[in-house]
Design a protein around this ligand. Structure first.
Ligand code: NAD
Ligand code: DAU
Length: 353
């Protein structure tokens, strides 16, 4: 038995792979292109694990994906691979269309061709789990109810539009071809191995380096934060027991304004690693130009997942954020690799030395 994970050297995919290897005796094939966001240092502890097989490659490479599928005959594919950063999508949307839309389409077609050749028993057991985002639903007003699974799609950034397109493709492959898909739409993740272009790791590292802590606009945009390990447990549960063709929202029941998140990080750092001048890290907060088209509020209603599959997050924001800040303070090698860019040489040094 095997599963194929795409994008498993990224933030969420990497956490998922580490947790999966810890929980299962099944071979996991990890297909990742290793863009700037892919980091094999995250997977250092399982680099030579017998159940982890890493392949550098693109989800849109049909020949490669077909070869992997025929060789390993996975019972499931979990698709994390994507361009994921909203600000980058504003500066250069092309890569988002290429991977998130065209790449997902090619992956669906490669996997469907493989699935069609499986025995009936294998076909019935097979699942394609597509990992998506709450950003496809657009932005909420302050008093709007949280996103449910039937909320209209109203993406506002090139990133969210490209993810929305991928969700539509996945949905259509189920309705048209009977291809056994599951889709999850999750809120903002945070935790270990998060690339420091995203708010939480960026603020932690900028604070420690004595740099400004950039808060876009008025800092009152609201996000619903979920500890990454909770996202991983929800995905395992959906893969195990989700109904095919269904969508499941995943969230932490934890809405926070950005400015409050930044202040909480500063408070934790003041306690765990006080500044040498005795002042608070909050002195480094600076309000900067807003993100164009910035969504004001996201909130996830995760009741379907709880009622159908019995999943709830284990961490509160206070416990998860404390773990996260401590993780960054304790993992100076990983941080140093990312800060210096040396993590990009990891493949060569680890596998081809
Ligand atoms: P990430 O940017 O940290 O990682 C993406 C990974 O995909 C990287 O390892 C990268 O090398 C790989 N990749 C990119 N293009 C590829 C391609 N063409 N072929 C193969 N691999 C490719 O992203 P993340 O934050 O871990 O997000 C993972 C998934 O979860 C994405 O689909 C994202 O849309 C979704 N998601 C993210 C969040 C969040 O808060 N980060 C929340 C909800 C959903
Ligand atoms: O909601 C799920 C999404 O969450 C995922 O689909 C995306 O892949 C993921 O990147 C994340 O998107 P956001 O745009 O919400 O995350 P980001 O960390 O970039 O920003 C969080 C909030 O903080 C957002 O309102 C913008 C703001 N921000 C961000 C940065 C990087 C700042 O105020 N300052 C910053 O420097």
């Amino acid at each position: 038995m095997a599963i194929l994970v795409t994008g498993g050297a990224g933030f969420i995919g990497g956490n998922f792979v580490l947790d999966w290897i810890g929980h299962n005796d099944e071979l996991l094939i990890n297909l990742d292109k290793l863009t700037y966001a892919g980091n094999l240092q995250t997977l250092e502890s399982i680099a030579h694990h017998q159940h982890h097989h890493f392949v550098q490659g693109d989800i849109g490479d049909t020949a490669l994906v077909s070869r992997i599928l025929l060789e390993h005959k996975p019972r499931a594919v979990i698709n994390f691979a994507a361009e994921s950063h909203v600000d980058r999508s504003i500066h250069g949307p092309g890569a988002f269309i290429e991977t998130n839309v065209v790449g997902t389409f090619r992956l669906l077609e490669s996997v469907r061709a493989y699935w069609l050749e499986c025995t009936e028993e294998e076909r019935n057991r097979f699942r394609f789990l597509h990992v998506s985002t709450d950003e496809v639903y657009g932005s909420l007003g302050p008093n709007d109810p949280a996103f449910r699974e039937d909320h209209p799609y109203q993406p506002n950034s090139p990133y969210s539009a490209s993810k929305a397109a991928s969700d539509h493709l996945v949905r259509a492959w189920f309705h048209t071809y009977g291809f056994p898909v599951l889709t999850t739409n999750c809120s903002n993740n945070y935790g270990p191995y998060h690339f420091p272009e995203k708010l939480i790791p960026l603020v932690i590292l900028h604070a420690l380096e004595g740099k400004d802590l950039p808060v876009y606009g008025d800092g009152q945009q609201v996000r619903d934060w979920l500890y990454v390990k909770d996202h991983c447990s929800a995905l395992r549960r959906v893969l195990e027991a989700g109904r095919i063709g269904e969508t499941y929202n995943i969230g932490g029941w934890n809405e926070q304004a950005n400015l409050e998140v930044v202040r909480m990080i500063c408070g934790l750092l003041d306690e765990l690693k006080p500044r040498s001048d005795g002042k608070s890290y909050a002195d480094q907060i600076r309000f900067v130009r807003d993100r164009p088209g910035h969504d004001r509020r996201y909130a996830i209603d995760a009741r379907k997942l709880e009622q159908e599959l019995g999943w709830r997050p284990a961490e509160t924001f206070a416990s998860g954020l404390r773990k996260t800040v401590s993780w960054y303070l304790d993992h100076t090698d990983w941080v140093q690799g990312v800060s210096s860019g040396s993590y990009r040489q990891w493949l060569t040094s680890q596998y081809h030395a």
